[in-house]
Design a binder for this molecule. Structure first.
Ligand code: PLP
Length: 402
């Protein structure tokens, strides 16, 4: 059986998005900046995409939507804009979480080298930050708070409306990396007091290399890409209209079906959680309830996540042992360590990210094979033997309970 359970890394293009992509490739090949008819027809398609995206997150104006090359670029632009724009007013402090995506963390590190000061808040052990900690970290010279909507590795959903309210009251800009949330959880930038937000097409069944940067009007933006006057002068480069229009179609499809999709996918997630919880000395990472509908992140003591992943792949099960970016190095995930998961448990973790195409049959197959590979690798693991003989201490309780 083939089971794709790595939707947090990327999703497949939906049929609706694919059809729209092809339709645009065939019919709208003009440059939307050209003044002739072909260009203007293409411009209309681009406007349509902007309207759809604005509607899906309840942006007040369509001109608050900028199309980018993806979530990473949007994250970079949000942080650089807030930092560079406000440093002129003496605001040189930024706040974020230690469990953010590297598109945030590496941009923050770059800003630190330029003289900015960054506070990295740690979440509680359930992966969720206490909004009071955010409030307490805000200073006179704070330019921006950037807190992700939902975590890509362990799925915890952050208290975005609460943080938005705090930032509004304190007059600090608020950005959220909503790449994992867009199309999967309801987002309302106005009600949630979100000033800037990042999205990525390929995380909600749209095309890769295509994303959205939402910035409320009135925020001074800094370009990541300099050149022509596309995207109101804030993002140069001829726009990829077919990809953008297909992304908008994918987002609309996801938002139109959000309620039933969330219910169905969360039921699959909980079926998997229930099926894994009898494995001794293992645990679910991240809040069991306030988590993405499709995310299951599990740590098993005495085994290596990479071996499990490769073995499961032989059975046709595709999952992840961390985020795709960290799977190139064998260091354990900064997210799991950042929320206090012991390093030994972080080494033996797997992430299954489910979506609408998964079935109950597939979940039962994952449960069966995970039991098998855990027994197999534990039976050969000197580390596991040390735990059995008491030479080493367990760091995860024998029975995990929600
Ligand atoms: C995938 C992802 C990104 C990066 O998006 P790209 O479009 O691949 O650049 C950023 N943040 C989070 C939380 C993600 O999951």
């Amino acid at each position: 059986m083939k089971v794709y359970a790595d939707n947090a890394a990327t999703t497949y293009l939906s049929k609706t998005a694919r059809d729209k992509f092809i339709e645009c490739l065939d019919n709208f090949n003009g440059n939307p900046n050209s003044l002739h008819s072909d260009g203007q027809r293409t411009q209309e398609v681009l406007d349509e995409a902007r309207e759809i995206v604005a509607g899906c997150i309840n942006a007040a104006k369509t001109n608050e939507i900028y199309f980018t090359s993806g979530g990473s670029e949007a994250d970079n632009q949000a942080l650089l804009s807030a930092a560079r724009g406000l440093s002129k007013k003496g605001k040189k402090h930024l706040i974020t979480l230690n469990i953010e995506h590297h598109a945030i963390l590496h941009t923050m590190a770059k800003l630190e080298k330029e003289g900015f000061e960054v506070t990295y808040l740690a979440p509680e052990s359930n992966g969720i930050v206490d909004p009071q900690k955010v409030a307490d970290a805000i200073r006179e010279d704070t330019a921006l708070v950037s807190v992700m909507f939902a975590n890509n590795e362990m799925g915890a959903i952050q208290p975005i409306p609460e943080i938005g309210k705090i930032c509004k009251e304190k007059g600090v800009l608020f950005h959220t990396d909503a790449v994992q949330a867009a199309g999967h959880l309801p987002i309302d930038v106005q009600a949630m007091n979100i000033d800037m937000l990042s999205m990525s097409g390929h995380k909600f069944h749209g095309p890769k290399g295509c994303g959205v940067f939402y910035a409320r009007n009135g925020i001074r933006l800094v370009n990541v890409i300099e050149g022509g006057a596309q995207e109101r002068g804030k993002r140069a480069g001829t726009v990829n209209v077919p990809a953008i229009r297909a992304m908008a179609e994918a987002l609309k499809e996801a938002c139109d079906n959000m309620e039933p999709n969330m219910t169905r996918v969360a039921a699959l997630r909980d079926r998997l959680i229930n099926g894994l919880k009898d494995i001794p000395y293992s645990q679910l990472n991240g809040d069991p309830v306030k988590r993405l509908p499709g995310n299951v992140n599990w740590s098993f003591e005495g085994v290596e996540g990479e071996s499990l992943l490769l073995h499961l792949d032989m059975y046709g099960i595709e999952c992840s042992s961390g985020s795709a970016c960290t799977s190139e190095s064998l260091d354990p995930s900064h997210v799991l360590l950042g929320m206090g998961v012991p390093i030994e448990a972080a080494h033996g973790s797997l992430r299954f990210s489910l979506d609408i195409d998964n079935t109950e049959e597939q979940i039962d197959y994952i449960i069966e094979k995970v039991h098998y590979v855990i027994d197999y690798y534990r039976s050969m693991s000197p580390y596991w033997e040390d735990l059995q003989t008491g030479k080493r201490q367990h760091c995860v309780p024998e029975h995990w309970e929600a």
